[in-house]
Design a protein around this ligand. Structure first.
Ligand code: SAM
Length: 209
């Protein structure tokens, strides 16, 4: 039953819900350049927002059903752009990529879902070049006591329904602990999202030279 949900229902729901964030994707993605890794690319919902000026995109995703949708999404792009996009089935805790090889890593609503965000961030740090950029758009633990209590209450039910998504991640702290500079990261209340997932951490963090 859970397999049926994971393979057929969740990918469809994810695609529907994620489309609500198109304005955010439009604000963030067109400015990425160079060799980019998108961690947990899901259904490929971000693909159409990348500039033609990126050099390459590695879209890493562990779930076969989502990767299939990402492949369909890639095939809807112009051939030249599609040719720069590489889809990899893989796990963000053990990136199959060389150290110091990438200009940018995008984490868009994925550090909530990996089981060990600290390990994933160590891997991201490893694969980025010195001076490389981690681009973040993540929902995190609320700053308000009442919402935090609700997150705590709902989390055990939410996690299996949202395929591992965790409502109370301390993502800013994890990014800092991994060694990134964090002064260009901001936490705010996103008005288009429900309160449970409405505290968003957005911005860029750098791997020092
Ligand atoms: C909420 S979805 C976000 C999808 C997409 N990034 C977006 O912007 O809508 C979370 C994604 O993280 C992926 N994920 C979960 N665990 C992961 C891991 N260990 N490594 C990489 N991706 C993972 C999920 O399969 C899913 O595609």
């Amino acid at each position: 039953m859970m397999n049926l949900y994971r393979q057929h229902i969740f990918p469809y729901l994810l695609d529907k819900v994620s489309r609500k964030l198109d304005a955010d994707r439009q604000r963030i993605l067109p400015y990425l350049r160079g060799d980019v890794l998108e961690l947990g690319a899901g259904t490929g919902v971000n693909f159409s927002f990348y500039s033609q000026q990126i050099n390459s995109l590695i879209a890493l995703e562990p779930e076969p059903a989502l990767l299939l949708m990402a492949a369909q999404q890639r095939s809807s792009l112009e051939a030249k752009q599609a040719g720069r996009f590489y889809l990899i089935q893989g796990d963000g805790h053990h990136l199959p990529l060389a150290s110091n090889s990438l200009d940018v890593v995008l984490c868009c609503l994925v550090l909530c879902s990996v089981s060990d965000p600290q390990q994933a961030l160590l891997e991201i740090y490893r694969v980025l070049k010195p001076g490389g950029t981690l681009v973040v758009f993540e929902h995190v633990r609320s700053e308000h006591v009442f919402t935090r209590a609700c997150q705590q209450l709902v989390n055990p039910l939410w996690k299996p329904l949202a395929c591992g998504c965790h409502l109370q991640r301390h993502t800013f702290q994890y990014i800092e602990e991994a060694g990134f500079t964090t002064d260009k990261l901001e936490t705010y209340r996103h008005q288009a999202l429900p309160a449970l997932v409405g505290t968003v951490l957005e911005g860029v963090a750098f791997k020092p030279f």
